[in-house]
Design a protein around this ligand. Structure first.
Ligand code: SF4
Length: 294
């Protein structure tokens, strides 16, 4: 049976794994970047990241002092647990994880800046933030996606005017490249760049964030979009910003685009950056209460 206590325990476990163990797709591409870099300073930065990744995993300690804000993606199957049980279980899990992992108390009131260390750590108004989707699965899946402030703070959004495909792609590419140049070293590169195109303004930003969840190296299934991803990745890496903004060939590990159909008068484009500490971990909880860590 899926109880609040079970959701709480799973939340603590996936947060711990996300914070301490970098997913292998990201680790592998960091290793490849280290092998390919020719700049001495870029090699030093990438080596330090890889040593950091190894130590965090061995010691089960957070990869970075900024342990992020608590974002979750929950996939609900049929005959599911009560949503209230899921929400309160995740909330309790974040509270416990903050004390036991521990996590930095990052969540504060947006206006007064109260919260943080003084209050129930990492719990607040609409925090943790939980995205839901429905799928044909047995039970539910929870994905923890703690997101660092440095990369989040350089997010970008624009409403372009609709135009023929070739011109639209050129404007989108320019917007992404401008955002990368303005962000420079702030998002702790090498980054994964999520681009959301279409839908409404809020949908575009959600798509940009969801794009970060795709495995590094996996291209969009539409060949036209996949080509734009490849062109953008090459252009971003030609900027020379490099690891931590100190110069080099590796400014981004990948560019992922997600799209949605949009209004006839609109062309929303959103960008969400993910720093090199691309933390995420998930688990599947069957209705029987059995848990599979993915
Ligand atoms: S952007 Fe990422 S690597 Fe940089 S400080 Fe924040 S969590 Fe750490």
């Amino acid at each position: 049976m899926v109880t609040k206590e079970l959701i709480k325990d799973v939340t603590v476990n996936i947060l711990r794994r996300a914070e301490a163990t970098l997913p292998s797709d990201v680790k592998d591409v960091l290793v490849r970047a280290y092998e390919c870099e020719t700049s001495e300073i870029a090699k030093v930065q990438l080596k330090a990241m890889l040593e950091n990744v190894k130590l965090a995993d061995e010691m089960q300690r957070p990869l970075c002092q900024d342990t992020g804000i608590p974002l979750f993606y929950v996939t609900l199957g049929s005959g599911n647990a009560n949503p209230h049980v899921i929400e309160s279980g995740i909330r309790e899990g974040v509270k416990k994880a903050t004390k036991t992992i521990p996590l930095r108390p990052n969540v504060v009131n947006a206006i007064t800046r109260e919260g943080g260390a003084g209050k129930e750590a990492n719990i607040g108004d609409r925090m943790p933030y939980i995205n839901y989707k429905i799928a044909d699965i047995n039970g539910l899946e929870i994905l923890a996606f703690p997101k660092g402030g440095g990369s989040e703070n350089v997010s970008a959004f624009t409403m372009l005017s609709p135009k023929p495909e070739k011109e639209a792609v050129k404007e989108i590419n320019n917007f992404v490249l401008d955002a990368v140049l303005r962000a420079a070293g702030k998002p702790c590169p090498p980054t994964i760049i999520g681009v959301g195109i279409g839908g409404s303004a809020d949908m575009a930003m959600s798509l940009a964030k969801a794009a970060l969840l795709r495995l590094v190296g996996v291209r969009h299934k539409d060949a036209r979009i996949s080509r734009i991803e490849e062109e953008l990745l090459e252009a971003v890496n030609n900027t020379g910003i490099g690891p931590m903004g100190l110069g080099g060939k590796t400014t981004a590990l990948d560019v992922h685009i997600e799209t949605a159909d949009t209004h006839i008068t609109s062309l929303p484009v959103a960008i969400n950056f993910q720093c090199w500490a691309a933390r995420k971990a998930s688990a599947k909880i069957y209705l029987s209460g059995e848990v599979e860590y993915l």
